[in-house]
Design a protein around this ligand. Structure first.
Ligand SMILES: Nc1ncnc2c1ncn2[C@@H]1O[C@H](COP(=O)(O)OP(=O)(O)OP(=O)(O)O)[C@@H](O)[C@H]1O
Ligand SMILES: [Mg+2]
Length: 240
């Protein structure tokens, strides 16, 4: 897949609330086509809420969310997914009583063609040889890092054009964290636009092309990794 210039995510003026008070206040950001864009911010700053807003799980009450020329804001989740958006949620959820391959197949449930599903399985197994070796194993008995691969692999089964990743390394051992970042880089190298939410500032800035810092629901800084490393907002968001 090539990095099609239209596969950019452009968010403008998004405000989102769960009940009355806004959790996101006029958030604007762009995830450039074919690039890795990261969203940094401390616990509770609104990162997952932004992903929920993009996915239509918690629709924004103002603003636009454009992907590949379509305004996603207000669309139901299945339409967002049909537009080429996939999400790897917080907590790397797998279906523990299903095998690895069954978990992957669920990711392609909207795909009618058996040949297309087989081709995608083949691609996912090429990305994660470990999953191929263990395709018959119950996902719940895989290690934490392997379950992360299952979760990411399931997201890839739809051949997305935009991948939203919410804290993939949370709770993983350092060696698996590094492996996760390598995987995200490889996925991006296939031309998939990535919006990466992470707490792991140093490794995230090492793979991102551009980043934003969210604080209390507002974007307080943005820039290249080199610029962000120098900003006090990054330090405040994590170490302040
Ligand atoms: N379903 C909900 N109902 C009400 N408030 C919520 C809900 N989900 C999140 N919030 C609140 O919205 C704010 C932002 O939460 P969010 O989960 O987006 O933060 P986050 O940046 O993803 O944090 P973390 O790094 O801990 O995952 C928090 O104050 C949180 O308590
Ligand atoms: Mg979160």
């Amino acid at each position: 897949m090539s990095a099609d210039a239209t596969h950019a995510l452009v968010i403008e003026g998004v405000s989102t609330a769960y009940d009355r008070a806004n959790v996101l206040e006029e958030v604007s950001l762009t995830a450039a086509a074919g690039k890795i864009t990261c969203l940094l911010g401390s616990n509770g700053s609104g990162k997952t809420t932004l992903i929920r807003s993009i996915l239509g799980l918690t629709p924004p009450n103002a603003g636009t969310i454009r992907f590949a020329g379509v305004d996603l804001a207000g669309l139901p989740t299945h339409r967002v997914i049909a537009a080429g958006v996939a999400c790897i949620p917080e907590g790397r959820r797998v279906f523990p009583k299903l095998t690895v391959e069954e978990n992957l197949r669920i990711g392609a449930y909207q795909e009618g063609s058996k040949a297309a599903i087989a081709a995608r399985l083949c691609d996912v197994y090429a990305t994660f040889p470990r999953l191929h070796e263990r395709k018959g194993q119950l996902a719940g008995t895989m290690s934490g890092g392997e379950q992360a691969m299952v979760s990411i692999g399931r997201g890839l089964m739809r051949a997305p054009k935009l991948l939203l990743v919410d804290e993939p390394s949370l709770g993983l051992a350092p060696i698996l964290v590094q492996e996760n970042f390598n995987i995200i880089r490889r996925i991006n190298a296939q031309g998939i636009t990535v919006l990466l939410v992470e707490q792991n500032v140093h490794q995230t800035l090492a793979i991102a092309d551009f980043g934003y810092v969210l604080s209390k629901g507002r974007i307080v800084a943005s820039g290249t990794p080199a610029e962000l490393r120098k900003t006090t907002q990054v330090h405040d968001a994590y170490f302040g």
